[in-house]
Design a protein around this ligand. Structure first.
Ligand code: S3P
Length: 179
């Protein structure tokens, strides 16, 4: 591995960060981690419970601490919560941590994917479709600012997306192991 020791996946809710991240980790022999999982473990409650009890601002504090806790790690594939790019400090930390990939998907695909469950507090609104549209407008420039590589996963299987990210990382000399 080069100085960019880890692979970091960003993107909107439903963009496939966790599923694709797990696949990449398995293929490369890296460990997989997820900032939401760290938050939930540290807080001792689920993400929806944090939002319900403490609100979004508190969740963002937990999320930043989770990201800070990964400093100095190596050999990780890190899936991040969809809003992690909102803070400038987080965007800097993501880039220090590794090769930042923005997993993009079109609005229709994201809506279809997130509608499969109601685990996401920010989408428990009267019109989730409109909420997605608004959040995407706000966030897209921030995902772009934080990313070293952008992949549109709308028409890709998880397997195809994982292969693409790995080959791009290898093309840049960022990882050697795996397939
Ligand atoms: C959020 C995305 C969620 C989770 C929280 C807030 C967001 O993660 O961090 O519900 O602000 O987009 P996923 O992107 O993994 O769904």
């Amino acid at each position: 591995m080069s100085s960019r020791e880890n692979l970091v996946l960003t993107g909107f809710m439903g963009s496939g960060k966790s599923s694709i991240g797990r696949l990449i980790a398995r293929k490369l022999g890296y460990r997989f981690t997820d900032t939401d999982r760290i938050v939930s473990r540290e807080a001792g409650v689920t993400i929806p419970e944090i939002f319900a009890r403490e609100g979004e601002a508190s969740f963002r504090e937990w999320e930043s601490r989770a990201l800070e806790s990964l400093k100095g790690s190596k050999g990780l594939v890190v899936a991040t919560g969809g809003g992690i790019i909102l803070r400038e400090r987080n965007r800097t930390l993501l880039n220090q941590l590794g090769f930042v990939v923005w997993l993009q998907a079109c609005e229709d695909v994201l809506f279809e994917r997130v509608s499969r469950n109601d685990r996401r507090p920010l989408l428990r609104t009267a019109n989730p479709r409109e909420t997605i549209h608004r959040l995407l407008e706000e966030r897209s420039p921030l995902y772009a600012a934080a990313a070293a590589y952008v992949l549109d996963t709308s028409r890709l299987t998880h397997e195809e997306a994982a292969r693409d990210v790995i080959s791009e990382a290898k093309r840049r000399g960022l990882c050697q192991s795996g397939e």
